[in-house]
Design a protein. Structure first.
Length: 228
Protein backbone atom coordinates (compact mmCIF):
# COMPACT_ATOMS: atom_id res chain seq x y z
CA UNK A 1 0.00 0.00 0.00
CA UNK A 2 1.36 3.41 -1.00
CA UNK A 3 2.11 5.58 2.02
CA UNK A 4 1.43 9.32 1.61
CA UNK A 5 2.55 12.01 4.04
CA UNK A 6 0.21 15.03 3.84
CA UNK A 7 1.66 18.21 5.34
CA UNK A 8 -0.62 21.23 5.83
CA UNK A 9 -1.62 23.52 8.68
CA UNK A 10 -5.29 23.63 7.63
CA UNK A 11 -7.13 20.86 9.58
CA UNK A 12 -10.14 20.98 7.23
CA UNK A 13 -7.98 20.43 4.17
CA UNK A 14 -6.11 17.61 5.94
CA UNK A 15 -9.46 15.90 6.64
CA UNK A 16 -10.63 16.24 3.04
CA UNK A 17 -7.42 14.80 1.65
CA UNK A 18 -7.30 12.04 4.25
CA UNK A 19 -10.86 10.93 3.42
CA UNK A 20 -10.21 10.92 -0.32
CA UNK A 21 -6.87 9.14 -0.09
CA UNK A 22 -8.11 6.49 2.35
CA UNK A 23 -11.07 5.83 0.06
CA UNK A 24 -8.56 4.98 -2.69
CA UNK A 25 -6.59 2.58 -0.53
CA UNK A 26 -3.65 4.85 0.30
CA UNK A 27 -2.09 4.76 3.75
CA UNK A 28 -2.10 8.35 5.05
CA UNK A 29 0.18 10.06 7.57
CA UNK A 30 -0.41 13.73 8.40
CA UNK A 31 1.61 16.60 9.83
CA UNK A 32 0.76 20.22 10.56
CA UNK A 33 4.24 21.74 10.81
CA UNK A 34 7.53 21.49 8.97
CA UNK A 35 9.34 19.83 11.86
CA UNK A 36 6.53 17.32 12.32
CA UNK A 37 6.78 16.56 8.59
CA UNK A 38 10.53 15.89 8.84
CA UNK A 39 10.00 13.66 11.88
CA UNK A 40 7.20 11.75 10.13
CA UNK A 41 9.31 11.29 7.00
CA UNK A 42 12.07 9.66 9.08
CA UNK A 43 9.74 7.51 11.15
CA UNK A 44 7.11 6.44 8.60
CA UNK A 45 9.16 6.33 5.36
CA UNK A 46 6.38 7.62 3.05
CA UNK A 47 6.35 6.83 -0.66
CA UNK A 48 5.07 10.33 -1.56
CA UNK A 49 4.92 13.65 0.31
CA UNK A 50 2.18 16.22 -0.38
CA UNK A 51 3.50 19.46 1.09
CA UNK A 52 2.10 22.94 1.68
CA UNK A 53 4.69 25.74 1.54
CA UNK A 54 3.05 28.06 4.09
CA UNK A 55 3.75 26.20 7.32
CA UNK A 56 3.82 27.92 10.74
CA UNK A 57 7.38 27.00 11.73
CA UNK A 58 9.46 26.20 8.63
CA UNK A 59 8.92 27.38 5.09
CA UNK A 60 7.99 24.48 2.84
CA UNK A 61 10.99 25.11 0.59
CA UNK A 62 13.27 24.62 3.60
CA UNK A 63 11.46 21.38 4.41
CA UNK A 64 12.19 20.15 0.87
CA UNK A 65 15.85 21.13 1.17
CA UNK A 66 16.20 19.21 4.44
CA UNK A 67 14.43 16.16 3.00
CA UNK A 68 16.76 16.17 0.02
CA UNK A 69 19.80 15.85 2.28
CA UNK A 70 18.84 12.24 2.99
CA UNK A 71 15.91 11.05 0.84
CA UNK A 72 14.65 11.16 -2.76
CA UNK A 73 11.01 10.62 -1.78
CA UNK A 74 8.79 12.36 -4.38
CA UNK A 75 7.38 15.68 -3.14
CA UNK A 76 4.24 17.26 -4.60
CA UNK A 77 3.89 20.87 -3.49
CA UNK A 78 0.34 21.99 -2.72
CA UNK A 79 0.36 25.76 -2.24
CA UNK A 80 -1.58 28.97 -2.61
CA UNK A 81 1.57 30.73 -3.85
CA UNK A 82 1.15 31.42 -7.55
CA UNK A 83 4.26 33.50 -8.22
CA UNK A 84 6.64 31.78 -10.62
CA UNK A 85 9.58 32.56 -8.30
CA UNK A 86 7.97 30.48 -5.53
CA UNK A 87 7.38 27.62 -7.93
CA UNK A 88 10.94 27.72 -9.25
CA UNK A 89 12.34 27.89 -5.69
CA UNK A 90 10.38 24.77 -4.71
CA UNK A 91 11.44 22.90 -7.84
CA UNK A 92 15.08 23.93 -7.41
CA UNK A 93 14.96 22.70 -3.81
CA UNK A 94 13.90 19.27 -5.11
CA UNK A 95 10.10 19.21 -5.47
CA UNK A 96 8.75 16.85 -8.12
CA UNK A 97 5.54 18.69 -8.97
CA UNK A 98 3.53 21.80 -8.03
CA UNK A 99 -0.25 22.11 -7.62
CA UNK A 100 -1.73 25.55 -6.94
CA UNK A 101 -4.59 26.16 -4.49
CA UNK A 102 -7.50 26.20 -4.97
CA UNK A 103 -7.28 22.81 -6.62
CA UNK A 104 -9.40 19.89 -7.72
CA UNK A 105 -9.01 16.77 -5.57
CA UNK A 106 -9.24 14.73 -8.76
CA UNK A 107 -6.30 16.68 -10.22
CA UNK A 108 -4.20 16.08 -7.11
CA UNK A 109 -5.06 12.37 -7.16
CA UNK A 110 -4.02 12.24 -10.82
CA UNK A 111 -0.69 13.91 -9.98
CA UNK A 112 -0.15 11.38 -7.19
CA UNK A 113 -0.79 8.50 -9.60
CA UNK A 114 1.64 10.00 -12.12
CA UNK A 115 4.36 10.44 -9.50
CA UNK A 116 3.83 6.88 -8.26
CA UNK A 117 4.13 5.51 -11.81
CA UNK A 118 7.19 7.65 -12.44
CA UNK A 119 8.84 6.30 -9.32
CA UNK A 120 8.25 2.72 -10.48
CA UNK A 121 9.62 3.47 -13.95
CA UNK A 122 12.62 5.36 -12.60
CA UNK A 123 13.52 2.37 -10.43
CA UNK A 124 13.57 0.22 -13.59
CA UNK A 125 15.20 2.75 -15.93
CA UNK A 126 18.31 1.36 -17.62
CA UNK A 127 19.41 4.42 -19.58
CA UNK A 128 17.42 3.54 -22.71
CA UNK A 129 14.34 5.64 -23.53
CA UNK A 130 11.97 6.08 -26.44
CA UNK A 131 11.18 9.46 -27.97
CA UNK A 132 8.98 9.51 -31.05
CA UNK A 133 10.31 7.00 -33.59
CA UNK A 134 13.65 6.55 -31.85
CA UNK A 135 15.12 4.29 -29.19
CA UNK A 136 17.84 6.29 -27.43
CA UNK A 137 20.63 4.89 -25.28
CA UNK A 138 21.57 7.91 -23.17
CA UNK A 139 24.54 6.15 -21.58
CA UNK A 140 25.98 4.80 -24.84
CA UNK A 141 24.93 7.91 -26.79
CA UNK A 142 23.28 5.98 -29.63
CA UNK A 143 20.00 6.66 -31.44
CA UNK A 144 18.28 3.82 -33.28
CA UNK A 145 15.24 4.63 -35.47
CA UNK A 146 12.26 2.28 -35.77
CA UNK A 147 12.71 2.40 -39.55
CA UNK A 148 16.20 1.10 -40.47
CA UNK A 149 16.09 3.21 -43.65
CA UNK A 150 15.51 6.43 -41.77
CA UNK A 151 18.34 8.93 -41.71
CA UNK A 152 20.72 9.02 -38.78
CA UNK A 153 20.17 11.57 -36.02
CA UNK A 154 23.21 13.29 -34.54
CA UNK A 155 23.21 15.24 -31.29
CA UNK A 156 25.83 17.71 -30.18
CA UNK A 157 27.67 17.26 -26.89
CA UNK A 158 25.45 19.88 -25.22
CA UNK A 159 22.27 18.30 -26.62
CA UNK A 160 23.32 14.93 -25.18
CA UNK A 161 24.00 16.53 -21.79
CA UNK A 162 20.63 18.27 -21.72
CA UNK A 163 18.79 15.16 -22.89
CA UNK A 164 20.49 13.07 -20.21
CA UNK A 165 19.52 15.59 -17.51
CA UNK A 166 15.88 15.69 -18.63
CA UNK A 167 15.30 11.95 -19.09
CA UNK A 168 17.12 10.92 -15.90
CA UNK A 169 13.96 11.43 -13.85
CA UNK A 170 10.88 10.71 -16.04
CA UNK A 171 7.82 12.75 -15.16
CA UNK A 172 9.64 15.07 -12.78
CA UNK A 173 9.23 18.79 -13.33
CA UNK A 174 12.69 20.37 -13.74
CA UNK A 175 13.19 24.12 -13.56
CA UNK A 176 15.21 26.04 -16.14
CA UNK A 177 17.68 27.05 -13.44
CA UNK A 178 18.26 23.43 -12.45
CA UNK A 179 18.94 22.41 -16.06
CA UNK A 180 21.20 25.41 -16.66
CA UNK A 181 23.32 24.56 -13.64
CA UNK A 182 23.33 20.84 -14.48
CA UNK A 183 24.38 21.30 -18.12
CA UNK A 184 26.14 24.68 -18.36
CA UNK A 185 27.24 25.33 -14.77
CA UNK A 186 26.24 27.74 -11.96
CA UNK A 187 27.47 30.87 -13.76
CA UNK A 188 24.77 30.37 -16.44
CA UNK A 189 21.69 30.34 -14.18
CA UNK A 190 20.30 33.51 -15.81
CA UNK A 191 20.80 32.33 -19.42
CA UNK A 192 17.33 30.81 -19.76
CA UNK A 193 17.39 31.16 -23.54
CA UNK A 194 19.99 28.37 -23.62
CA UNK A 195 17.50 25.81 -22.36
CA UNK A 196 14.72 27.01 -24.68
CA UNK A 197 17.01 26.93 -27.71
CA UNK A 198 18.43 23.47 -27.05
CA UNK A 199 15.09 21.96 -26.07
CA UNK A 200 13.67 23.23 -29.37
CA UNK A 201 16.57 21.59 -31.21
CA UNK A 202 15.99 18.28 -29.42
CA UNK A 203 12.31 18.37 -30.31
CA UNK A 204 13.08 19.07 -33.97
CA UNK A 205 15.46 16.12 -34.10
CA UNK A 206 13.53 13.58 -32.01
CA UNK A 207 9.82 14.34 -31.63
CA UNK A 208 7.40 13.04 -34.26
CA UNK A 209 5.59 16.39 -34.17
CA UNK A 210 7.94 19.05 -32.70
CA UNK A 211 5.12 21.61 -32.54
CA UNK A 212 3.10 19.25 -30.31
CA UNK A 213 5.70 17.19 -28.45
CA UNK A 214 4.72 14.01 -26.64
CA UNK A 215 7.88 13.48 -24.57
CA UNK A 216 9.93 16.68 -24.17
CA UNK A 217 7.29 18.87 -22.55
CA UNK A 218 7.30 22.50 -21.41
CA UNK A 219 5.42 23.58 -18.29
CA UNK A 220 4.97 27.34 -18.83
CA UNK A 221 6.54 29.44 -16.10
CA UNK A 222 7.97 26.41 -14.30
CA UNK A 223 10.26 24.27 -16.45
CA UNK A 224 10.43 21.02 -18.43
CA UNK A 225 9.27 17.45 -18.01
CA UNK A 226 10.17 14.20 -19.80
CA UNK A 227 7.12 12.04 -20.38
CA UNK A 228 7.66 8.36 -21.11
Amino acid sequence: MTRILVVDDEPQLIRVLQINLLARQYHVVTAGTGQAALDAARQDHPDIVVLDLGLPDLDGVEVIRRLRTWTRVPVIVLSGRTDSHDKVAALDAGADDYVTKPFSVDELLARIRVVARRQERTDNLTGSVRIGRYRIDVVGKTIVPDDPEAGAVHLTRTEWQLLAAVVSDPGKLLSQQYLLEKVWGPTYRAETQNVRQYMAQLRRKLETNPARPSHLLTEPGMGYRFQL
